[in-house]
Design a protein around this ligand. Structure first.
Ligand code: SF4
Ligand code: SF4
Length: 79
């Protein structure tokens, strides 16, 4: 099934607390251990973008309001 949404992480705010990683019901997110933000944290990123439903849970649980959720528009005839 194609992704229904995607997220963006504002790396100025992300402090690598991992709440979004543990609370995403679909295992979409992980910390990016290959990168550091300007503040020295491994930022959250999408590792299974095809599984994102755009549910918004990650944005709600993020204590630093670092996540913006976008939902793809439904195509005509799509359920
Ligand atoms: S919007 Fe929902 S499915 Fe997508 S990354 Fe956030 S918690 Fe996971
Ligand atoms: S919940 Fe917010 S601050 Fe914590 S890792 Fe996710 S994006 Fe970063």
């Amino acid at each position: 099934m194609p992704a229904k949404g995607y997220i963006e992480v504002n790396e100025l705010y992300c402090k690598a607390c991992e709440l979004c990683v543990t609370d995403c019901p679909y295992g979409v997110l992980a910390l990016d251990m290959e990168r550091l933000t300007s503040k020295g944290y491994h930022p959250a990123h999408m590792v299974q973008p095809e599984a994102c439903t755009g549910c918004g849970i990650c944005a709600v649980v993020c204590p630093d309001a670092a996540i913006t959720v976008y939902r793809y528009e439904r195509q005509k005839g799509e359920a």
